[in-house]
Design a protein around this ligand. Structure first.
Ligand SMILES: *[C@@H]1O[C@H](CO)[C@@H](O)[C@H](O)[C@H]1NC(C)=O
Ligand SMILES: *[C@@H]1O[C@H](CO)[C@@H](O)[C@H](O)[C@H]1NC(C)=O
Ligand SMILES: *[C@@H]1O[C@H](CO)[C@@H](O)[C@H](O)[C@H]1NC(C)=O
Ligand SMILES: *[C@@H]1O[C@H](CO)[C@@H](O)[C@H](O)[C@H]1NC(C)=O
Ligand SMILES: *[C@@H]1O[C@H](CO)[C@@H](O)[C@H](O)[C@H]1NC(C)=O
Ligand SMILES: *[C@@H]1O[C@H](CO)[C@@H](O)[C@H](O)[C@H]1NC(C)=O
Ligand SMILES: *[C@@H]1O[C@H](CO)[C@@H](O)[C@H](O)[C@H]1NC(C)=O
Ligand SMILES: *[C@@H]1O[C@H](CO)[C@@H](O)[C@H](O)[C@H]1NC(C)=O
Length: 385
């Protein structure tokens, strides 16, 4: 039943094995935040769906676990606690039975919401949303403990929302939601320190949240796609590398995160990811319930509302071809994650506190959203990340 951990996961919602998922949730008034290990169990009754069952629950990540990262060596997961003003990041080993065991914890600046490793996994960068917007940097030692490098701090209205390494490993970019720009730094491979370059200016009021690089095999070009939380647009840029350092960005495409459907008011795009085969771009929409789904209790005939996931096909020239707006299976999908071959996608719906797993058509990129192949309800304690 168990298979090897998938170390390709980037989101808070980490798919650790083909049959197991990790999901982070905030605490509530009485209980600390949790990382829950979900296991896919085949249906027991005739004709029933496989069930996602909570098999382990860990509370070592303090009040507000928000982002899980499995990019360190070995079977471990690093959990970011979004609490302010001082937060902890905690590294836990993933035990063979899916339970998590704390290895180490360090205190960091408040409000971390994303991390990535860089310099061939010898360093790590955290993006801090606030109250003090910042980028903090650490060296990663052989035993996976961390050494401090100087913090980079910013002023409001900056809100640093993600840390992203470019495909060459020479640059890092950090979308700043409040400042409508994406910071650009080049990496000093010897020290792990970052040197600032001219940022990418986004359109006014767009609110860049997450970004993903993509390289088109045929034309050998590098593109950056940015999802904007306030305008609900994805903008794609062709990236140029300047000889004496720095990146240039020329816009090639802008699309709505609702594709060809009208975007409802007060909606906020969240996650952005590329399918493992590099052919499709997927984003999530929060607070824009354009769909209805069956009640999880089959005896209850009341339909529930659902937010959405949008899929685009990536074209070699950086253009995006709308494929589908699919159901997320609940309200406020903050993160989603695919398995190794991209045939499954798991969505964590923050407000309805449920996780749905859907199959994906690898040929067309469409999500088979008329029925989840498995789901888990009443997760938490608090909001699901
Ligand atoms: C899971 O494994 C850990 C050690 O690897 C062990 O301490 C724990 O008791 C196990 N839990 C269950 C429920 O089997
Ligand atoms: C937070 O990290 C510090 C180390 O900096 C550690 O002493 C403390 O126990 C951690 N807190 C929790 C709840 O893990
Ligand atoms: C990255 O690190 C691994 C092991 O730590 C090493 O084998 C590999 O050569 C490194 N790659 C580069 C490009 O430095
Ligand atoms: C970065 O900020 C944290 C939290 O305030 C602090 O503990 C750490 O010493 C700072 N790092 C450096 C190198 O100044
Ligand atoms: C979600 O949208 C509704 C309108 O459809 C709005 O009233 C509500 O304030 C929005 N929620 C948030 C958290 O912004
Ligand atoms: C919603 O409810 C109607 C009946 O009122 C039903 O026909 C329809 O199939 C339901 N839609 C979904 C997506 O569950
Ligand atoms: C059916 O579901 C709705 C929405 O979740 C709920 O308000 C209602 O109480 C449920 N009805 C029954 C009979 O459980
Ligand atoms: C918090 O979560 C715990 C565990 O899920 C639950 O038992 C408790 O009732 C919740 N407390 C509140 C105030 O919602």
């Amino acid at each position: 039943m168990r298979s090897l951990p998938l170390l390709v996961t980037l989101g808070t919602f980490g798919l650790t094995t083909a049959k197991q998922l990790l999901v982070a949730s905030y605490g509530n008034g009485t209980s600390a935040g949790a990382i829950q290990t979900l296991e896919l169990l085949s249906g027991s009754d005739e004709g029933s769906n496989p069930k996602l069952k909570v098999v382990h629950e860990n509370h070592d990540c303090r009040l507000s676990p928000t982002w899980l990262d499995v990019s360190l060596d070995g079977d471990s997961v690093t959990c970011l606690d979004e609490s302010a003003p001082i937060a902890n990041i905690t590294t836990l080993s993933i035990e063979p039975n899916g339970s998590l065991k704390k290895i180490s914890a360090i205190s960091v600046l408040g409000g971390p919401v994303s991390m990535t490793t860089y310099n061939n996994r010898s360093a790590m960068a955290l993006a801090h949303y606030g109250p003090l917007p910042a980028i903090s940097l650490f060296t990663i030692k052989a035993d996976n403990s961390f050494g401090s490098l100087p913090n980079l701090t910013f002023q409001a209205p900056e809100q640093i929302h993600q840390a992203v390494t470019d495909p060459t490993g020479q640059y890092m970019v950090f979308p700043s939601l409040g400042a409508d720009l994406v910071h650009v730094f080049c990496i000093d491979p010897a020290s792990g320190l970052l040197a600032k370059h001219v940022p990418l200016q986004c359109k006014k009021g767009y609110g860049p949240r997450h970004a993903v690089f993509w390289s088109s095999g045929e034309l050998q070009k590098i593109y950056l796609f940015v999802v904007h939380e306030n305008s609900n647009k994805i903008v794609g840029y062709e990236v140029g590398y300047l000889e004496h350092g720095g990146l240039t960005f020329s816009e090639v495409v802008e699309v709505s995160t609702y594709g060809d459907h009208p975007a409802p008011p007060m909606t906020f795009a969240s996650e952005l990811a590329i399918s493992p085969d590099g052919k499709f771009l997927i984003a999530a929409n929060r607070n824009g319930s354009v769909f209805e789904i069956d009640h999880p209790d089959p005896r209850n005939s009341t339909n529930l509302s659902s937010d959405s996931l949008v899929t685009f096909r990536l074209l070699p020239n950086g253009n995006l071809l709308f494929v589908q707006l699919a159901k997320s299976g609940g309200i406020y999908p903050r993160h989603f994650s695919m398995n190794k071959d991209g045939s499954l996608i798991a969505v964590a719906n923050q407000k309805t506190k449920n996780v749905n797993v859907y199959s994906r058509n690898l040929e067309t990129g469409a999500i088979t959203d008329d029925k989840a192949i498995a789901s888990a309800e009443k997760l938490g304690p608090g909001d699901l990340m």
